[in-house]
Design a protein around this ligand. Structure first.
Ligand SMILES: Cc1ncc(COP(=O)(O)O)c(C=O)c1O
Length: 413
């Protein structure tokens, strides 16, 4: 990404261009021509590598003939019933979310995140809420999952990064947002557990965000795709908070998927759930523009959302690796284990900062990590990712142990 200038939340500036290169391209350029010091161990990409559930092949085989059929954009009844059942069990919604209108299948949560802002813009415009010309905003944490910027770009809105640093608990500070900014906001992309930091919003934080959304008329686009990857306590969810508030799901859409929960990143299947009026309207647009989810894959999703055993095993494997990380890294870094997600977000400021340390780890140890700055926008207070590197704990425990031992040998030696 070519590091567009971040803006202070209260000071609108000119429309930004879409970031022109992604973090992985920037990393490739950073270490181009540098030979790895040891056999390469790649910790950059958040692609789950644990086993997928054993039933996937059989479910696809049982539904094979359905590959010949065009799926309906709204998903099968069985798909929506399975998601609805899972949401009820996971968040205690007690059947309060309308499964017919309040749930849509997605071709992975990324696809939904990409198109949600433009859907929200059109939905709000149809209700007469239009931001002043050129001033519509899409808010997102900074650092952030880069797709959020693409979503803002498609909606022709200014993307506004809200620094999520140690000082703010690694989540955007909701108390620092000006009414002017919130009044011109279409959508607030909010990730919990957060990527890269693994911070988790509690119920009170979700509640505050819902109150802001309803007061100022914007939508929360909650990215909860890491919701099942947690250490010990299941993260609270935005729908859970809304249900507890007792006023329905207006102004909320959350996305989730099978990618992290069920190690099925390549299956490309997820869902959007929330405001039934919005989702019904959005499905009209999606019926023209969005990729449908193939019927056999919706059948896999229905089976996957009905099963928690593989999810618990998945969590156990990640937690085993976090125990390894804590043991190896804590003498040098202190506490390193986040509440959720499968990344380490290591403060390497005293070793030269994220870019310098990334180059060094590759050159001296063959360990490939991602500089935190590549996941964030530059701002007036500097780049909130600059002091950090991100490491994905997706490999097996033995490989993680080797890689992290090398990190400590290079930085602590
Ligand atoms: C924060 C975050 N959101 C969304 C996604 C997209 O996931 P998928 O489209 O596979 O559901 C990812 C993938 O890495 C992610 O890290």
């Amino acid at each position: 990404m070519s590091a567009p200038a971040a803006m202070s939340p209260s000071a609108p500036s000119a429309r930004q261009a879409l970031p022109s290169s992604n973090p992985f391209e920037r990393l490739a350029a950073l270490i181009a021509g540098v030979e790895p010091g040891l056999d390469p161990l790649v910790m950059t990409i958040g692609e789950p590598r644990h086993a997928m559930p054993a039933f996937v092949g059989k479910v696809i085989a049982d539904n094979l003939a359905d590959f010949s059929r065009y799926p309906n954009i709204r998903g099968t009844d069985a798909f929506r019933a399975a998601v609805s059942g899972w949401l009820d069990r996971r968040y205690g919604l007690a059947g309060s979310l309308d499964a017919a209108r309040g749930i849509l299948p997605l071709n992975g949560s990324r696809e939904g995140l990409t198109f949600a802002a433009v859907g929200v813009r059109d939905y709000l415009a149809a209700k007469g809420r239009v931001a002043p010309a050129g001033r519509a905003a899409v808010l997102m944490p900074n650092p952030f999952y880069q797709t959020y910027a693409a979503a803002a770009h498609l909606a022709d809105a200014e993307f506004v990064g809200l620094d999520a640093t140690r000082a703010t608990g690694f989540l955007p500070d909701l108390d620092a947002l000006s009414p002017d900014l919130l009044d011109r906001t279409l959508a607030f992309y909010y990730a919990s557990p957060a990527n890269p930091q693994g911070a988790v919003a509690d119920l009170a934080t979700w509640r505050k965000l819902i109150e802001l959304a309803r007061r100022h008329g914007f939508f929360i686009v909650a990215d909860e795709c890491y919701s099942e990857i947690y250490r010990s306590t299941p993260p609270a969810g935005v729908l859970e908070a809304a249900h507890a508030m007792g006023a329905g799901y207006a102004n909320i859409v959350t996305v989730n998927s099978l990618s992290k929960r069920s190690n099925l990143a390549g299956l490309r299947c997820g869902f959007a759930a929330g405001d039934p009026d919005f989702l019904a309207a959005w499905s009209g647009f999606r019926g023209l523009a969005a990729p449908q989810v193939p019927l056999p894959l919706q059948a896999v999703a229905a089976a996957a959302f009905a099963d928690e055993a593989h999810v618990a095993e998945n969590r156990r494997l990640y937690n085993e690796k976090y125990a390894v990380a804590e043991r190896i890294l804590s003498p040098l870094f202190g506490a390193v284990v986040p509440e959720g997600g499968f990344f380490l977000w290591l403060d390497v400021a005293r070793f030269g900062g994220g870019v310098e340390v990334t180059r060094k780890l590759w050159a001296q140890a063959g360990v490939k990590v991602l500089p935190g700055a590549y996941l964030a926008l530059d701002g007036a207070a500097g780049n909130p990712g600059a002091d950090y590197i991100r490491l994905a704990l997706v490999d097996d425990a033995k490989t993680i142990e080797t890689a992290l031992s090398r990190v400590v040998a290079v930085l602590g030696g």
